[in-house]
Design a protein around this ligand. Structure first.
Ligand code: GDD
Ligand code: MG
Length: 362
């Protein structure tokens, strides 16, 4: 079974985390997001992945190579310009000959795509779309189905007055290769705006596969943080601490799981780290610092008596002594927060910024 993984979007909503790194590469539990996607696909007997990429293709190709390090076969389909979700799949046509999966590369889910494939075959569908229930459908593609599961209408990002159901497109499709004939070559086109509505007009058999399994799209920092929290709770017990290599932890430091500490880290005297928290490699937490519910990438320093709560801190950041970074704040790479500075309420700081006053030298 083959899957086309769409990973060529601009990822503007996830900035500043995606200023220097592709959305599909952001670390989740210290592994590139796509590694989790590959794990999921392998569980469902997908052995071949076609990565459909745009601008950041070099970064992904040099990290994933031919996939052998990740136990999956990867080929690349690189676009000269953003071709849209359907245009990207058309561009990969040479790799596709039988029923295949299309997977939005920013989705983490437990949806049973094997069962979805069985239903697809049973219904003799030309397209199947995985569906999931959400609270706010206006930021997704709303999918109306009849009592037999046949899709009646597809409305991408509807305003509230057009919302007739909370069932949305979960970003996983099974397609018959014949569908590729309805996508213009060398042109921008979207499944959501162009292909699905046109197929419905034509009377093609599009079926929905509804699931209440875990599903999240990591399109915003809040959802990225939530996925990290959910997976920490899933993989590590409430008391559990996972050390990913040698680290130095002061005996008077307190760590309450679920926590992951990347290799080569240092956790100083009387500091407290409370889960769900993940720290990347070579982080340094000074005395009396307090960290809770946060995600830190690698090479970060958290100063003496600094406080981090429910925030995301990208690589190489320095948080000054007694500084605070709270509630959904997001720091891009190489950000310096000066001693005693306080950030709260979802402030986002772009890479390489220094928030003064910065009395210490790093
Ligand atoms: N190769 C390639 N080329 N990939 C693209 C392109 C492109 O031009 N444009 C977008 N993608 C990829 C993105 O990288 C992402 O993995 C996926 O396609 C979906 O794009 P998003 O930009 O994340 O779309 P969205 O989240 O607003 O909406 C889509 O996903 C929702 C579920 O998460 C739609 O499919 C909605 O209908 C759906 O509900
Ligand atoms: Mg998305």
């Amino acid at each position: 079974m083959k899957a086309v993984v769409l990973a060529g979007g601009e990822a503007t909503r996830l900035r500043p985390l995606t200023c220097n790194i592709a959305k599909t590469m952001v670390p989740v539990l210290n592994h590139a997001f796509l590694e989790h996607v590959f794990g999921y696909l392998k569980k469902h007997n997908v052995s071949d992945v076609i990565l459909a990429l745009g601008r950041q293709s070099d970064q992904l190709q040099s990290y994933f190579g031919d996939g052998s390090d990740f136990d999956i076969k990867i080929v690349y389909s690189v676009e000269d310009f953003p071709m849209g979700t359907a245009g990207a799949v058309k561009n990969a046509e040479r790799f596709l000959d039988s029923s295949f999966i299309v997977f939005n590369g920013d989705v983490f889910t437990d949806i049973d795509v094997t069962a979805m494939m069985n239903l697809h075959q049973e219904k003799k569908a030309s397209v199947s779309i995985a569906l999931t229930l959400v609270e706010n459908p206006t930021i997704y593609g709303v999918v109306e189905t009849d009592e037999k599961g046949r899709v009646k209408r597809f409305i991408e990002k509807p305003s509230w007055d057009k919302v007739t159901t909370n069932m949305i497109n979960a970003g996983i499709y099974i397609l018959e290769p014949g569908i590729l004939n309805y996508i213009a070559p060398e042109a921008f086109s979207m499944f959501e705006h162009d292909v699905f509505p046109a197929l419905l007009d034509k009377g093609d058999a599009i079926f929905g596969y509804s699931s209440d399994a875990y599903w999240i799209d990591i399109g915003t920092p809040e959802k990225y943080l939530r996925l990290n929290h959910d997976l920490l709770h899933r993989h590590i017990s409430d008391e559990g601490v996972r050390f990913e290599g040698e680290s130095v932890i002061h005996p008077a430091a307190q760590i309450e799981g679920p926590v992951i500490i990347g290799e080569g880290s240092f956790v100083g005297k009387n500091s407290i780290i409370k889960g769900p928290t993940v720290m990347g490699a070579r982080c340094r937490v000074e005395e009396f610092a307090f960290i809770e519910g946060s995600v830190l990438w690698q090479n970060c320093r958290v100063g003496k008596e600094a406080r981090l709560r429910n925030c995301v801190v990208a690589s190489n950041c320095h948080i000054g002594d007694e500084a605070e970074v709270l509630d959904n704040c997001v720091l891009g790479d190489n950000v310096r927060i000066g001693n005693g500075n306080k950030l709260a309420k979802g402030i986002r700081i772009w890479p390489n910024k220094a928030i003064e006053p910065s009395a210490i030298s790093f």
